[in-house]
Design a protein around this ligand. Structure first.
Ligand code: SAM
Length: 355
């Protein structure tokens, strides 16, 4: 997954059933000592022979750097439609009603929408106030709010903009934008502009296409490489100052994926976030990413949110919440679990003025 796969499955003879990402991550060291089959799905911008080369270099070389025999492997190209036909996520092809949004894929017709609405108990007024968002090709990128964490973020945005207890955020940072769903939703609810940051090149292209399709003022970029690789500042100190050896490893693995994305970005016409947008200008940062990445990104996100303005973090299981709260409390006041669904939580906080 560190090489950029959006889905990886490991099948062992033990046939152990692991259905939570944290359980799977904990089991990986044990699984890799057993004989197993690994299937990894990559989006189409990846150069798969070079991924195989990276596996060879990382896992199958001796101490002198000589190549060792690799286990057998095959590369298969699948169309998105085939991916659906294989039954991976067929049920997601219906339009989805989530908070104030009606989420559609481009091929959905009025009949599909009618059918989706008829499955709900919504009254006429609510049906007419639904905000449509058409999200292109995002099966791999969480477009259809099929995951509780995306739903938590959409419901947070709904409450923030529609209850109007305070000034609505105008400039939004959607960190880990995927299909751009959160930034686009904020634009539809009244934000002036959203900026997405995303490490997956296909997702960036999809997010930018979705912004055009939905007439939203949103652009998505690759992250700034210098902030990820933790470049030392001019006086020799470490700008990001994340302490601890395991944090260093996180950063290093993050930068392996990122270096891959940046080298491929030249052919994909995708830019790194420009300097004037990579600074403390945002009124709200939404980040729905795995906890390990959220922890690495804490100082980076903190440097982009204006003092007194908000963060909303998801992708977090309830038992992981305290660790994230403790870390983000260095930069944000009032960090707390704001809402939860099916064992997943959204954490909110307000940027401190003094760190
Ligand atoms: C769970 S998806 C969330 C997608 C969408 N924002 C949502 O809420 O449904 C997480 C996204 O974050 C991206 N991502 C993960 N780590 C990242 C990082 N360090 N920098 C930028 N994007 C990252 C992944 O490529 C993926 O598209």
């Amino acid at each position: 997954m560190e090489l950029g796969s959006f889905s990886t499955s490991i099948t062992t003879t033990k046939n152990k059933n692991l259905d939570r990402s944290d359980e799977i991550l904990e089991e990986i060291p044990h699984l890799l000592t057993a004989k197993c089959d690994v299937t990894a799905l990559f989006t189409s911008s990846f150069d798969l022979p070079s991924i195989v080369g990276m596996l060879q270099d990382t896992l199958y070389t001796d101490d002198e750097g000589n190549a060792l025999p690799m286990p057998g492997h095959t590369i298969e190209i699948k169309e998105e439609s085939q991916y659906l036909e294989d039954g991976v996520k067929k049920e997601m092809t219906k339009p989805v009603l989530c908070s104030s949004f009606l989420l559609k894929l481009p091929w959905h017709t009025d009949a599909h929408v009618k059918e989706a609405i008829s499955d709900t108990q919504l009254d006429e007024v609510k049906i007419h106030s639904l905000i449509p968002l058409t999200l292109e090709g995002g099966i791999a990128f969480g477009s259809m709010a099929e995951h509780p964490t995306t739903r938590l973020c959409l419901s947070f945005l709904h409450d923030l903009y529609l209850t109007k207890t305070k000034t609505s955020p105008q400039l939004i940072l959607d960190y880990g934008a995927g299909s751009g769903i959160l930034g686009l939703a904020a634009c539809k609810l009244g934000a002036k502009q959203a900026i997405g940051v995303e490490m997956d090149l296909d997702a960036i292209q999809i997010a930018n296409a979705n912004a055009k399709r939905n007439s939203c003022n949103m652009l998505t970029y690759l992250p700034n490489m210098d902030s990820i690789t933790n470049r030392p500042s001019d006086d020799g100190t470490n700008e990001n100052s994340i302490e601890g050896e395991h944090k260093k490893e996180d950063r290093e693995s993050l930068s392996v994926s990122m270096v891959g994305s940046v080298s491929r970005s030249k052919t994909f016409n995708v830019d790194e976030i420009p300097e004037n947008l990579n600074t403390q200008i945002y009124d709200l940062c939404m980040a729905n990413i795995l906890p390990k990445a959220l922890m690495t990104l804490a100082p980076i996100i903190a440097r982009m949110v204006k003092p007194g303005k908000e963060i909303a973090l998801s992708g977090i299981r309830d038992h992981q919440a305290q660790e994230i709260i403790d870390l983000y409390s260095e930069y944000f006041d009032d960090c707390k679990v704001n809402r939860e669904e099916e064992g997943w939580v959204l954490i909110s906080g307000i940027r401190k003025t003094d760190t």
